[in-house]
Design a protein around this ligand. Structure first.
Ligand code: ZN
Ligand code: ZN
Length: 469
């Protein structure tokens, strides 16, 4: 494990640069509540790595509302208590359970060969013995939307696309629509099943799973993703111009109702009227790997940052850490939290859920873009190489709902997503993908933010609750 802090912009004289990086210097400054000092000390943080390594090793995958996620909650409660947080407890809720089964795909004709495939969330299974049908191919979601039902009915739909890696991960919103809504559209046009090119930017034979939901009365059909190389292979076979037949065998399906829950912990504030700064990530993961970058790293980052504030003395405001349950299948934990805590004063909310690579940009909700508090936070983040953006912060699936119902200001600490969609929702989401130095930069960013947001008497003006997304 690399112990050196992340290289910083050379012309900025940070506290660490001035004081040196000896253990003595850091232990001497760690007790100060000054944001810059706390930020520099956090660049030596090991707590985030310990949490990340611990949960991914001792729990592994944590599919929502399954016994694995229940084990993760038990692990979380023990860990948050061990770290010294207060009010550690679980708030449970019930939800539908989806489970994966055996899954295979192969081209039957004209060139028989196996393809790497993974079912999407809420996919139904194929009939016993699988399903064989001709492929109807579409280049993008628009082409599927415009296709007449006669081009789709009785076939296996294949949707291709061309997603490229981006620092802000922006294409996930647009191209991800193929996964989120493509299955319902195919089903409504009478397709027997759908396979999409994985919503991913890698070229490895690891399919990317992810949630889709059946809308507008669409009946559940088998819905799956091919790995990117397999989707490209299928596209080349289709280009030969002969009818292509696929055989799919998907064992996935709904499995009744189960229990999930949010795990909550706090650093109690000095002033109960000063409100809550809420930080979080999600505890559940997809079932294909150990959910390291999605989203054990987010839990580790915000928790390590809150711990550093706690160690520096009691902040003015309560810092509440939430390890949300069941984010992946549709944000059940975020919705349950918003329902249970809408009456509490949330002064700032933020979540970490784009991996473990460095934070590169900060955005705030725009009620008062010139707020001095936002300026102070941005200034404290700048020495970490973090730019102030001009977009309106939106939080994410976990803290979005509480921001919507309360109008709480949101902060987005955007992580560099260039690598994120190479690994996201695949069997490759494992601990070795995390760079410890970049993980520590994240902790430093969240620590500096919390040092200001939980301490300054000023707060950002609440914003009008956003309309339903
Ligand atoms: Zn996530
Ligand atoms: Zn995810």
């Amino acid at each position: 494990m690399i112990k050196r802090p992340l290289a910083r912009t050379p012309f900025l004289f940070t506290a660490a640069a001035l004081l040196g990086t000896s253990t003595i210097a850091f232990s001497a400054i760690a007790a100060s509540p000054d944001p810059a000092t706390l930020r520099e000390a956090a660049l030596q943080d090991d707590t985030a790595w310990d949490i990340l390594e611990g949960i991914t090793t001792e729990v592994g995958q944590r599919l929502a509302a399954t016994p694995a996620e229940a084990r993760a909650r038990e692990w979380a409660v023990a860990e948050l208590k061990r770290q010294g947080f207060a009010n550690v407890h679980v708030e449970t809720f019930t939800m539908p359970v989806w489970q994966r089964g055996e899954e295979t795909a192969e081209i039957v004709a004209p060139f028989p060969q196996k393809l790497a495939v993974a079912a999407l969330g809420n996919s139904s299974g194929t009939p016993a013995g699988g399903l064989t049908a001709e492929v109807a191919a579409f280049d993008g979601l628009d082409a599927l939307v415009k296709a007449p039902a006669s081009a789709v009915a009785g076939k296996i739909v294949f949707v291709n696309h061309h997603m490229a890696a981006q620092q802000d991960g922006g294409s996930y919103g647009e191209i991800g629509a193929i996964r989120r809504t493509g299955p319902s559209i195919a089903s409504q046009k009478g397709a027997l099943a759908i396979v999409i090119r994985s919503i991913g930017t890698d070229h490895h034979r690891v399919p990317h799973t992810g949630v889709q939901t059946w809308v507008n009365g669409a009946k559940a059909i088998p819905a799956a993703a091919l790995s990117v190389p397999d989707a490209e292979q299928l596209a080349r076979v289709l280009e030969r111009g002969k009818p292509v037949t696929l055989h799919l065998s998907i064992g996935a399906g709904m499995a009744g109702t189960g229990t999930s829950g949010n795990v909550i912990a706090e650093v109690p504030g000095r002033d109960p009227k000063a409100g809550i700064v809420l930080v979080g990530g999600h505890l559940d993961s997809w079932d294909l790997a150990t959910g390291t970058i999605d989203d054990a790293s987010g839990l580790a980052i915000v928790t390590a940052a809150a711990k550093r504030i706690m160690a520096a003395g009691k902040p003015r405001r309560t810092i509440r850490i939430v390890w949300f349950g069941a984010e992946e299948p549709g944000g059940f934990g975020g919705d349950a939290y918003a329902k249970a805590h809408a009456g509490e004063k949330h002064v700032l909310v933020g979540e970490s859920d784009s991996g473990a690579d460095r934070v590169w940009k900060v955005d705030f909700t725009a009620a008062d873009p010139k707020a001095p508090l936002a300026d102070r936070i941005a200034l404290a983040l700048a020495p970490l190489g973090i730019t102030r953006g001009s977009a309106r912060a939106h939080g994410g699936t976990d803290v979005g709902p509480i921001a919507q119902v309360t109008g709480a200001p949101v902060i987005d600490l955007h992580q560099d997503a260039t690598r994120y969609f190479d690994i996201h929702h695949t069997a490759d989401d494992t601990l070795d993908k995390v760079d410890p130095a970049q993980l520590r930069q994240n902790v430093a960013a969240w620590t500096a933010m919390l040092a200001i947001a939980a301490e300054d008497a000023e707060q950002l003006a609440p914003v009008a609750p956003a309309p339903e997304r």
